[in-house]
Structure formats: C-alpha cells, structure tokens
Design a protein around this ligand. Structure first.
Ligand SMILES: Nc1ncnc2c1ncn2[C@@H]1O[C@H](COP(=O)(O)OP(=O)(O)OP(=O)(O)O)[C@@H](O)[C@H]1O
Length: 362
C-alpha cells in the first residue's frame, strides 16, 4: 500500500499543496508551527475520515475559508490506483472513493489503512477504556471479516434497547432486543478474543526488542463478567439497567488491561517507556495486518524524538524501518533523523509551502 500523491486545498496553513511521497520512509522536517503535524493530520483524515486533533475536522479549514479538500492517490500491490477524497464544508464531511460519494468513512478506512504514533500515545495506557477499545477494534476490523457486520448490528440493537430503557418502557419491550444483542455480542467477542491471541503471540518479542522487557500481559475484559454468558449477564442486570436508563454490560464496555512485569503498565513505566510500549502495540498491529491480509498499513509518526533518549529513539526507528511499508515521520530538522530512517524522500515545510528532496523528488 502506498500513497503516491497528496493534494490539499485550504487545509490549515496550506492554501494549495501537492506532494508525491516515496514508497518507503518519507521524512517531514520544519520548524515549530510550520505545518508538519498538519500534513500528518491531512493523511489521517484521508484514511480515517476524522481528525486526531479535534472532535471535528472543522478547525482544519484554513482561516477565512469555508471548506478544505484532501485528495489522495493510493496504489495497493498490482491493483489499479484508487482515488480518495475528503471535503469538509459548512454542511459537514463528504467522502469520495474513486469519484463515487460514500455515505460512511468506512470505505476510506478499508481503502487506506493507517496507524498513528504521536506524542499523545500514552493515552492508550493512561486514560479511559475508549482508547483501548479503539486500538483493539481497528485491528479486529481489518483482520476479522465477521467483526464489522456483527458490531454494526449490535450497536443498532443497543440503541433501540437503550431508547426503550430511557423511555421507561415495559420489561418485555426492553428484552425484545436481547436475542439480537446476544447473537451479535458473541460474534464480536469471539473476533476480539482471536485478535488478542494474535497480539499476545507477537507482543513479547516486540516489547523485548524495544523495551528489554518481554513479560507483557494483555488481559481482555469483554464487558460483562467472565464467568457468565452475555444472555445471563443481560438478564441479571435488567433491574439496574432500568434504574440507570441504559444497558450497562456488553461489548460496548470492553477493555484491555496491559501489564508489564505483572504491574499495570501505566504504573510501571515512565512517559517515554509508555510511548515505546504503545508504539510496540501499534507496530504489532501493523505486522498482523500484513501477515493476515497482506496489507502494509501506512504509518504516521509525529515527533518521534519527543520524550525519547537515543536508545529508545533509535530502537523505535529501526522497528519502523523494518516494517518495510510506507511511513511519514516528522522531525524539527534533518540532523535529528535516526540513521535507520534515512529517507527515500524528504519534505521540508516552511510557511505553508513544501519543498521535496530525494529520489525522483517532485
Ligand atoms: N485553520 C487554520 N488556518 C490557518 N492556519 C492554521 C489553521 N490551523 C492551524 N494553523 C497554523 O498552521 C501552522 C501549522 O501547525 P502545525 O501544528 O502543523 O505545526 P508543526 O510543524 O507540527 O509544529 P510543532 O513542531 O510545534 O508541533 C501553525 O502556525 C498554525 O497556527
């Protein structure tokens, strides 16, 4: 998988920009506030249909304008290139794949799998379960075919059940959704378990290489008590659900407990180590996607050098390079780029303009 062209219009500090990234390592350099993270944000929007900086992509519209567009040309193996486009205007987000409007951002997610390693990575370990579910489900979505349809049906049934609970409908109207919930929850749960098994298989070696510590435990909490089936858990929680007005158990409450040397990761490791541990998890996900689907996701790495000493920085750089896929890595200046990430193409950003250097740079 390779992004061969990126075109931006009125995106943050970029009025109009076109770059042709190279196949392997693409390094983006520039002073503070020059636009490096904005470039990664544009790529992220192309692959996820949303920003990683804000809840909405609206702040990314260039000041004084009403809309931005991000266009990308993607080449995947021998297949023909695909064109992806995202526009944000006053009415909201619009997605196009190969010129056809798309009502959901899932077409982008499918067509352009990408992972982000940024200075906020530690949230995965430190903050609420939402971040860990997001991490888990990105991988499960790409690798386990049965996951998404079941997850979609589960969420639809959950919305209906919660509506019935909120409106204080009779018990029979609430439990009318339980069979649909249980059927789909079991599929979602089985997909997540299978995926976690794969992560557990590859994580110790990855963590050993990056952190010098292989005793990593990843415990999966499905969202209800392990010793009972989901149907029984829903029945047991019905009275409480009625009091609270929503469904409290289920795969929508799943979480991961990540421990290092038998201590919860967020208590064990420094900020730098948290960054490396989380990066190790994302790198394992990228490897799994390649192994299981033959797809090399694109890696976006913002400010690799932040909070990392030379040992971790060089180790992480070597692992990113060893993945062999396309990556975009930002640095304040070229002198800070670790040897392992010698770029195929280097983009220098200055005041909303980009100059390219490297093989066939244009
Ligand atoms: N909607 C917008 N319209 C115009 N300019 C914007 C908009 N949003 C942000 N900017 C400007 O774009 C510039 C790029 O910011 P960005 O965060 O991408 O820089 P950076 O190179 O990653 O910096 P750092 O190294 O400090 O993280 C900043 O000067 C910012 O003020």
């Amino acid at each position: 998988m390779q992004l061969t062209r990126l075109r931006l219009t009125d995106f943050r500090c970029f009025e109009a920009l076109e770059i042709n990234p190279g196949p392997g390592v693409n390094v983006i350099t520039g002073d503070n506030a020059s636009g490096k993270t904005s470039l990664l944000e544009a790529l992220y929007i192309l692959g996820r249909g949303q920003s990683f900086r804000h809840a909405t992509a609206r702040p990314a519209v260039r000041e004084g304008q009403t809309a931005f567009t991000v266009h990308g040309l993607i080449r995947s193996g021998e297949q023909r290139s695909r064109q992806l486009a995202v526009q944000r205007d006053r009415r909201g987000m619009h997605y196009r794949c190969d010129g056809n409007p798309s009502t959901t951002r899932l077409d982008l997610v499918n067509a352009f799998p990408l992972q982000l390693i940024d200075p906020n990575l530690h949230r995965l370990l430190e903050q609420g379960p939402r971040y860990r579910r997001h991490f888990l489900d990105w991988g499960v979505f790409h690798v386990e075919q049965a996951f998404f349809p079941a997850w979609h049906r589960y969420r639809r049934a959950l919305r209906q059940r919660n509506r019935a609970l909120k409106a204080r409908w009779a018990k029979k109207d609430v439990i009318a959704w339980d069979a649909e919930l249980v059927h789909n929850a079991e599929i979602v749960d089985a997909c997540r378990r299978a995926y976690i098994e794969d992560i557990r298989r590859y994580m110790p070696a990855q963590a050993e290489r990056l952190l010098g510590e292989a005793t990593i435990a990843i415990d999966y909490e499905p969202g209800w008590r392990h010793d009972e089936g989901f149907g029984a858990a829903l029945a047991a929680g019905l009275d409480q659900d009625q009091r609270m007005g929503f469904t409290q158990r289920g795969p929508h409450r799943a979480d991961l407990r990540i421990s290092v040397a038998e201590t919860t990761a967020r208590d064990w490791v420094s900020r730098g180590q948290q960054k490396v541990l989380t990066a190790a998890l994302l790198i394992v996900q990228a490897r799994l996607l390649h192994l299981r689907r033959g797809v090399q996701p694109i890696l976006l790495v913002d400010d690799l050098a932040a909070e990392l000493g030379p040992q971790y920085r060089d180790g992480l750089a070597a692992e990113i390079a060893a993945l062999g896929g396309q990556c975009f890595v930002t640095f304040l200046e070229a002198a800070l780029v670790p040897a392992a990430l010698t770029p195929r193409r280097l983009f220098h950003v200055e005041q909303g303009r980009v100059t390219a250097h490297g093989d066939d740079a244009c």
